[in-house]
Design a protein around this ligand. Structure first.
Ligand SMILES: *[C@@H]1O[C@H](CO)[C@@H](O)[C@H](O)[C@H]1NC(C)=O
Ligand SMILES: *[C@@H]1O[C@H](CO)[C@@H](O)[C@H](O)[C@H]1NC(C)=O
Ligand SMILES: *[C@@H]1O[C@H](CO)[C@@H](O)[C@H](O)[C@H]1NC(C)=O
Ligand SMILES: *[C@@H]1O[C@H](CO)[C@@H](O)[C@H](O)[C@H]1NC(C)=O
Length: 412
């Protein structure tokens, strides 16, 4: 008793006030569009007039995001990634956008994006510079938080380049406090775990979940199936460490969706959408809405996959089993019936032997054990595959090479 009191006393005297993020945002994984994966740091508007990071690009994307059904499907944040800044701050020490590429300023663009019913997000970096070499926020945390709030920013991604690893925890906390002081609700995305974990240092996710709404865990995604698979392998290898800290208001982020670009086949695109739904991952598209193919668009807009991703329980799924190079990913979701969860289950093939491989497991083997069995729905197929399945019954699923079959199991 005495020593307990002493601990309490010490903590109150010597530790700073504990701050917990309580901004009421991101109760389900954020959905939106971000420029990086597709448009990177294209800044030469003479060479790339339709693709360069510019006011025009974001207005084009905002128009299509709201008119082509993306906003209606739930994708609400339009987010500018790196390469929007001038190389110097203005005479008052404030951040300013590149004047040629953003001739009307950021507030004007933000108003336009809001006028389309969208929310507006932007990128900065905790260090001295952004990853692409533009001014970072270090030394200017308060004025920059205020600038973002004045610009009507609803979502901010803070990267971790050109910073000292030892400063992250304190620095990101401080910036979060300045954001909070603006009184504007702003989703706070923190990239610092990606820098630690890429160097095999464990991030403190318990703490992150108190100060950030989402955090990039690991390396950047690139436009290929092998890059996507390295990320899913990292997530499954570390799932026991990550899953407890995902939930309403705080999410692990495996990075952007590649769907609609150059690197994934249609099957692989479904695979990314399914696994990102199982992982309760932010759904951040990064695609040119002017050129996306119909079939890819349908994958991004699939209501049932989105509903799995946005499930209100907010539980992150996991790799439950791998057999004959077929991964079986499982996520508990609603509805919950007499204490039994429903589940999303993705059978994902890592095989390349040409034909749809038949995998044969029982639901018991996936720890789906509701005594009355489950009703099964095949999500991408839109057909009722089998109405009722008992848990000890062998269930045979054919999975195409590098493809996925995604099911929803509801307890009977
Ligand atoms: C700021 O933090 C307080 C305390 O956690 C919270 O109640 C409030 O909603 C936050 N405000 C914003 C704008 O994030
Ligand atoms: C944005 O800038 C344009 C061009 O100067 C101007 O016509 C428009 O009124 C501005 N919009 C807002 C919301 O200030
Ligand atoms: C599936 O597995 C069960 C149990 O091992 C077995 O009895 C059944 O014959 C298998 N079905 C097929 C089509 O391989
Ligand atoms: C199902 O599995 C869970 C966890 O493994 C266990 O707690 C529960 O009692 C099992 N239910 C049935 C009906 O076997």
């Amino acid at each position: 008793m005495k020593s307990c009191e002493l601990v309490v006393l010490l903590c109150c005297v010597f530790l700073p006030e504990i701050y917990a993020l309580n901004n009421g945002l991101a109760l389900t994984p954020p959905m939106g569009w971000m420029s990086w994966q597709r448009f990177r740091c294209l800044t030469d508007c003479n060479l790339y007039p339709d693709e360069c990071i510019s006011d025009k690009l974001f207005r084009n994307m905002a128009d299509l995001m709201s008119s082509e059904g993306y906003l209606e499907a739930g994708y609400e944040y339009l987010i500018i990634d790196d390469c929007w800044l001038e190389k110097e701050r203005d005479e008052n020490g404030r951040l300013q956008p590149d004047h040629k590429r953003f001739p009307y300023g950021i507030k004007n663009l933000s108003d336009y994006i809001h006028s389309k019913g969208l929310k507006f997000g932007i990128y900065e970096d905790y260090g001295t510079h952004t990853c692409a070499g533009y001014p970072g926020i270090l030394g200017h945390l308060e004025v920059d938080a205020n600038t973002f709030a004045e610009w009507g920013v609803d979502y901010i991604k803070i990267d971790g380049c050109y910073a000292d690893f030892d400063d992250y925890e304190k620095g990101y906390t401080e910036f979060g406090q300045y954001l909070n002081k603006t009184n504007r609700p702003i989703v706070y995305s923190c990239s610092w775990p990606a820098y630690l974990e890429s160097n095999k240092i464990y991030a403190n996710y318990a703490y992150l979940s108190e100060i950030c709404n989402l955090w990039r865990n690991w390396g950047d995604i690139q436009d290929s199936y092998s890059s996507m698979s390295r990320i899913t392998n990292w997530f499954s290898s570390n799932q026991d460490r990550l899953i407890p800290y995902a939930g309403p208001g705080h999410w692990n982020d495996p990075d952007m969706l590649l769907i609609g670009n150059y690197g994934l086949s249609i099957e692989q695109s479904r695979s990314q959408m399914a696994i990102w739904a199982i992982l309760a991952a932010p759904l951040l598209m990064s695609v040119d809405f002017r050129t996306i193919a119909y079939e890819e668009k349908q994958i991004l807009l699939n209501k049932e996959v989105i509903a799995i991703n946005q499930d209100p329980l907010g539980m992150q799924g996991y790799l439950a089993k791998k057999k004959f190079d077929i991964e079986m990913w499982v996520r508990p979701i609603t509805p919950v019936k007499s204490r039994a969860y429903s589940y999303a289950v993705a059978y994902r093939s890592m095989r390349d032997d040409g034909y749809p491989y038949a995998i044969n497991v029982t639901l018991n083997e996936l720890s789906l054990n509701h005594s009355k069995g489950y009703t099964v729905k095949n999500i991408f197929d839109n057909s009722w595959r089998e109405n009722i399945l008992q848990v000890d019954q062998s269930f045979i699923v054919r999975v195409k090479p590098s493809g996925v079959v995604l099911f929803k199991f509801t307890p009977n």
